[in-house]
Ligand binder design. Structure first.
Ligand code: RB5
Length: 154
């Protein structure tokens, strides 16, 4: 079973607690990097903690929850080797794994309820990358990542 690192801001805190308990009950090793209350914090700080844990191989997969999932995904995708997908239903969660090999999923504590969040996790963790033509596409994303800083827009 994969090891999972989880983080949230104040908009995702309550759902994070429920998601964490659900994953632990399912037998996953879960590292919680905060936040630890509903007090206002900045989501990039927690996205950075989660993706750094993955980059340093302290965990294989990450879950990030803010109000909408959007700010967490924007932040996480700034980091090399991170493929973060905003998912708000089981179908997109499954496809994010099968086609995009998403190593991080993000969703919104103000968007999805607990039941939908659990179905997202089941779909994401229960599916696997299909490889094949999708590997070619991910390689192109990686090449863009490598070259992005070389582009000069006039
Ligand atoms: C915080 O109010 C909110 O902006 C944040 O949780 C998230 O939704 C940002 O994308």
């Amino acid at each position: 079973m994969e090891s999972i690192v989880i983080g949230a801001d104040h908009g995702g805190y309550l759902l994070k607690e429920k998601v964490k308990a659900y994953l632990v009950k399912k037998g996953y090793t879960v590292t919680d990097v905060g936040t630890t209350s509903e007090g206002s914090v900045d989501y990039p700080d927690f996205a950075a903690r989660v993706v750094r844990a993955i980059q340093k191989k302290r965990a294989e997969l990450g879950v990030l929850i803010c109000g909408t999932g959007i700010g967490m995904a924007i932040t996480a995708n700034k980091f090399k080797g991170i493929r973060a997908a905003v998912v708000h239903d089981a179908y997109t969660a499954a496809m994010s794994r099968r086609h995009n090999n998403a190593n991080v999923i993000t969703f919104g504590g103000r968007v999805v309820g607990v039941g939908v969040a659990f179905s997202i996790l089941d779909a994401w963790l229960g599916n696997h990358f299909e490889g094949g033509r999708h590997t070619r596409r991910l390689n192109k994303i990686e090449a863009i990542e490598e070259k992005a800083n070389e582009f000069v827009i006039i």
